[in-house]
Design a protein around this ligand. Sequence first.
Ligand SMILES: *Cc1c(COP(=O)(O)O)cnc(C)c1O
Length: 401
Amino acid sequence: MSKPTFESLCVHEHPWQLTTRPQQLPLFATSSFAFESIDQGMAIFQKKAEGDVYSRYGNPTVTAVEKKLAALAAWGSDQPASALLTGSGMSAISTLLCSLLKAGDSVLTQGNLYGGTTELFVKVLSGFGITPLFTDLRNLDAVEEQLKRNPTIRMVYGETPSNPTLSCIDLEGLASIGRKAGVVTVVDNTFCTPYLQRPLGYGIDYEIHSTTKYLNGHGNSIAGAIITHRCEELREKVWTTMKLMGTTAPPFDAWLLNIGLKTLPLRIRKHAENAEAIAKWLEGHPGVIHVNATSLPSHPDHELASRQMDLPCGMLSFELKGGLEAGIRFMNALNFCSLAPTLGDTETLVLHPATMSHLNVERAVRAANGITDGLIRLSVGIEQWEDIAADLDQALAKSTL
Ligand SMILES: *Cc1c(COP(=O)(O)O)cnc(C)c1O
């Protein structure tokens, strides 16, 4: 073959190969993978050989992070787990539900889910004939009764601790009821991460994450994860849905997530320590009516949380005196903490649900889920806790003016 022209030399990838293994996971920013021969391509497409094809199906950066997440979720168990990384926490949820449910099925869930999840169930999935049924998943007798009465329920979907009052579900109890009734159990473990709580270990079938939050931890990537011991179902059914709905995670977000994962235990321990200190401090503050934190013996689920979580999580909420107006004055007075509608970053983030995340929710529905007008939610960061407390203290003083 004649030598390529200057122009063509520029266009083609110049031959390259690894001589030694990169110490850090490389970012494979490529949409497709070239085959050595048509035979190799055919073998891969027929699933007779392993190999990447197209990054919507799989990508080495994404696969490496999936394997790490699966190992973390299965830590302490002899059973292997598998994970899929998706483009967001929401796409993890929609991909899983579209994989396992069909028109005519119902999903039994709770009223105080992450707002986006409730909206997905009510506004999108119900249009495809998948009905959400809302109940209190802490009441296991009632859950068992509903599963017996209603054969259309094919899945129980929970979140523990839940937003923003940190109420908890008994994972072992829920898993056992689900197994007996032959329905799949799913738990969104975003608030805890597998470092604090491992739902698969309690017999829950699927664990969901918005890795956007604590797992990445630095607020610079969006992705989600589906993790399970049902490796074959994940590889066949769920992977096919993900591939065809196009909900795969981009390699760059996976690569950022991998960096965040390296410090997960260090960060989570500091989040937990700070949240515990702040909760105690707030409970003794004259401007505060009530604090919701599982670390406090005053929390109704304190014992359950101490049993199924290794440490308290970094989330808490508190009710300040003076209702809505005081809440608004408090938020405007903060200057060290950020007003941001996310959680799990290294920085302390503050949210006023009544005027932010739950503004469009009716007051009565809000109240039924413990979201009162003066409720403030904190995602306690990893700063020095005294700096966080000092900012809350001066803002609390201004809230009562
Ligand atoms: C943020 C969040 C989600 C949605 O995740 P995205 O990554 O924003 O799509 C789902 N569940 C919980 C508990 C969350 O906090």
